[in-house]
Design a protein around this ligand. Structure first.
Ligand code: ZN
Ligand code: ZN
Length: 360
């Protein structure tokens, strides 16, 4: 991927200036990675209103930070907040923003305690996140590669699905295949649910064994080059019942209705309403307990949200999931999910897997 970091920092610098700040302290790992390439777990990135940036991290990351970060790096044995406070003083940075939704209270307190009296800390919401909302072509390609790995892993791992296999076993097989195919890790804990367990939208795979004619819900995503992907597919062991076939088609139609609605200019709420209306026609909207989709990028759940009454305007370059589902306690659940990129006149599905109900 061509390094896009200087360009991203330039766009952030405009935001810093427009908020009348001297600098912004970036503490969220995904935001630090987005702005300078550093992937370590302990770091603070100071970005000034003119685009200048300094990464602070500890000696464990000395070599890694030099290799990855395309900005100045300072290694310190002190708590990062104390080193940062000293740096703000040295550079006479007075009005300093911090990521209100991301910096822990403990770090905020320790930073505040180390600051000189004249430095003011200002809470800032979603400064980097608002940049990450629109993906570059290279980012869309990265998400596509991540998605291809998840889809291929699903295809391979489902060959191991047979009567008696436990949910956790199949989840392990899916994770193993993703790693073999080049994933850094699963983008989230792989969800495998059998039968009535699928009534829990985010249930955990356990010891439940697969029985004939049962539904299998698999929600899987890979992480590759830092980028996540997300898909949900359904399978059935043997022949699906009439009820399963009927409900599956209803969810598939609801997903298509949302996909048809997804294009530049509409709101997230309008996409959500399209799926909800399609389910309502069959009296199933009460069984749809979550939002229709979420953004996908360096994190598996990021902006925008395709939820009820969401006002975000959809724009080309957004990457979102479309994933309506129905959940019936004691019976099970059905969800169909694709990762999709918004284009100039509509959208393009990045998930390469077919959407027919898979027979095992
Ligand atoms: Zn998912
Ligand atoms: Zn999802």
């Amino acid at each position: 991927m061509r390094p896009e970091f200087p360009e991203r920092r330039k766009r952030l610098a405009q935001q810093i200036a427009s908020r009348k700040l001297d600098a912004l302290v970036v503490s969220a790992q995904a935001n630090i990675r987005y702005l300078c390439g550093f992937t370590g777990s302990n770091g603070l990135l100071l970005v000034r209103g003119d685009g200048w940036a300094l990464l602070l991290t500890d000696p464990r990351y000395e070599i890694q930070a030099q290799q990855e970060a395309d900005c100045l790096v300072r290694i310190t044995r002190k708590p990062l907040t104390r080193e940062l406070a000293a740096e703000l003083g040295r550079r006479r940075l007075r009005r300093v923003g911090f990521e209100a939704g991301r910096l822990t209270y403990a770090d905020y307190e320790s930073l505040k305690a180390a600051l000189r009296a004249r430095v003011q800390l200002k809470p800032v919401a979603d400064a980097v996140e608002s940049l990450r909302l629109l993906k570059s072509e290279a980012e869309v390609e990265a998400i596509g590669r991540s998605m291809a790995i998840a889809a291929a892993a699903f295809e391979k791992a489902m060959r191991a699905a047979r009567e008696g296999i436990r949910e956790a076993e199949l989840a392990a097989e899916l994770d193993y295949q993703m790693r073999l195919l080049g994933a850094e890790k699963p983008a989230f804990e792989t969800i495998v649910l059998f039968g009535e367990n699928a009534a829990l939208p985010h249930g955990k795979p356990g010891t439940r064994a697969l029985r004939p004619h049962e539904l299998v819900l698999v929600d899987i995503g890979a992480q590759r080059d830092g980028y996540a992907s997300d898909m949900t597919r359904m399978a059935v062991l043997g022949t699906p019942s009439e009820r399963v076939r009927r409900l599956y088609q209803i969810v598939l139609d609801a997903q298509q209705a949302a996909l048809d609605q997804l294009r530049p200019g509409v709101t997230g709420g309008m996409v959500d309403a399209a799926a909800r209306k399609a389910l309502e026609r069959h009296g199933l909207d009460q069984c749809f307990s979550h939002s229709t989709g979420h953004g996908v990028g360096l994190e598996v759940h990021e902006a925008p949200r395709l939820g009820k009454d969401d006002k975000t305007r959809i724009q080309p370059g957004m990457v979102v999931t479309v994933e309506p589902g129905i959940y019936i306690e004691g019976w099970g659940g059905i969800r169909i999910e694709d990762t999709v990129v918004v284009t100039s006149n509509g959208s393009r599905i990045l998930t390469p897997a077919g959407k027919e109900l898979l027979r095992l």
